[in-house]
Design a protein around this ligand. Structure first.
Ligand code: PLP
Length: 405
């Protein structure tokens, strides 16, 4: 039989977070080695349990969750999302504007597949959460990366963004709070982005899955709340703030210039219908998650585990010679820079592979987030303080050897 090749649609699609280095880590684990995994933002394996009340709700509702539901999702879940968007200052959202999905991931892909024609462009941040670039590419579009400026707390560079808008640009992706940099954007930056969308008639895609994971004095402003006249799609879900990534439950909300987007809405409705509906048991958790006790606050406020881990990881990291890092104001990650003069890294994927083999620590290389140069890594701040400290000390030891080589 002839070799069976994957679809050419996948040729330029990359998703390195689960790439070859992870496969090697799995292989080492199968050999019985202990790997410190700081590579994926999956709270549950690190002892962050989902709120008990949402688990109980799912169990209680299991008998009535056996059938398919509406393609857009359960009424009760969408109603709860509607109220949540109202609380976030997003005007004029109805039940009909809300789609529930199997995690935000499914909806990101759906939002791109329903919109893009071959050659259309979407502005995506660099560094990004790489599913965005992958979803644009898979949908026949072209992800054009705008730079976030490390010198300015990793805020989007609005001039760079403007310079990359062409007649083919359809929309701008904004991830806030940001994965992988941990930046939380101030009002002026969001206003600048909304202005560009207005001027060039672009759609705003606001990925706000970390909107409740905020440290210090950070305040999150929903992008759609500032753009009542621009078509905006806001994404959020249970994976992070409610530590229920395995339930696969997320939502997207259309707001703003909806009348102009009826046809796009129909396209999304068709894509949602083609997969019948999202996992129904997990949808029963949404109402309680959004309306119940927000235990995430206990984790991010002073004395909370997530804040303490962020603090310790950052402090340990910037003690390493030649490593600098903007202190994250939100989310679950650090994105440090490794000074190229001290650490001349030609291939950052090979570097994290060497780190894995030598020190049994798993990180993701910066280029995996569409960062253009080989001088960053992403570190997840979910492990407990002692594990984080151990991992960062070993990372320092590895870098020291790299420097002396
Ligand atoms: N968006 C961002 C910025 C993320 O970091 C992630 C997961 O890490 C997702 C979306 C996907 O979330 P979900 O589990 O809801 O598919």
């Amino acid at each position: 039989m002839q070799d069976i090749q994957k679809s050419s649609k996948l040729l330029n699609v990359c998703y390195e977070i689960r790439g070859p280095v992870l496969h090697e880590a799995r292989r080492l684990e199968e050999e019985g080695q202990r790997i410190l995994k700081l590579n994926i933002g999956n709270p549950a394996p690190f002892g962050f349990d989902a709120p008990e009340e949402i688990i109980q709700d799912m169990i209680l509702n299991l008998p009535s969750a056996q059938g398919y539901c509406d393609a857009k999702g359960l009424f009760s879940a969408r109603k709860a999302v509607m109220q949540y968007t109202q609380q976030r200052g997003i005007a004029d959202v109805t039940i009909d504007d809300i789609f529930i999905g199997n995690g935000v991931s499914e909806l990101i892909v759906m939002s791109m597949q329903g919109l893009l024609n071959n050659g259309d462009e979407i502005l995506v941040p660099a560094p990004d959460y790489p599913l965005w670039t992958a979803a644009v590419t898979l949908s026949g579009g072209s992800a054009v990366h705008y730079i976030k400026d490390e010198q300015s707390d990793w805020y989007p560079d609005l001039e760079d963004m403007r310079s990359k808008i062409t007649s083919k640009t359809r929309g701008i992706v904004v991830i806030n709070p940001n994965n992988p940099t941990g930046a939380v954007y101030p009002r002026e930056i969001l206003e600048g982005i909304v202005e560009l969308a207005r001027e060039f008639n672009l759609i705003l895609f606001a990925d706000e899955i970390y909107d409740k994971i905020l440290y210090d004095d950070a305040e999150h402003i929903a992008l759609a709340s500032m753009a009542p006249d621009v078509l905006c799609i806001t994404f959020n879900g249970l994976s992070k703030s409610w530590r229920a990534a395995g339930f696969r439950s997320g939502w997207m909300v259309m707001s703003g210039a909806k009348d102009a987007a009826r046809d796009y809405h129909d396209g999304l409705q068709m894509l949602a219908s083609m997969r019948l509906c999202a996992n129904v048991p997990a949808q029963h958790a949404i109402q309680t998650a959004l309306g119940g006790y927000q235990s995430i606050n206990d984790l991010v406020l002073p004395g909370g585990r997530l804040k303490e881990q962020r603090d310790v990881a950052w402090e340990k990291l910037v003690e390493i010679p030649g490593v600098s890092c903007v202190k994250p104001k939100g989310a679950l990650y650090l994105f440090p820079k490794l000074d190229p003069k001290m650490y001349p890294i030609e291939d950052d994927e090979q570097m994290v592979m060497d780190l894995l083999k030598q020190e049994k620590i798993l990180l993701v290389q910066g280029t995996g987030f569409n960062w253009p140069t080989h001088d960053h890594v992403r570190i997840v701040t979910l492990p407990r303080v002692d594990e984080l400290s151990e991992a960062i000390e070993k990372f320092g030891r590895f870098l020291d050897r790299l420097h002396r080589r």
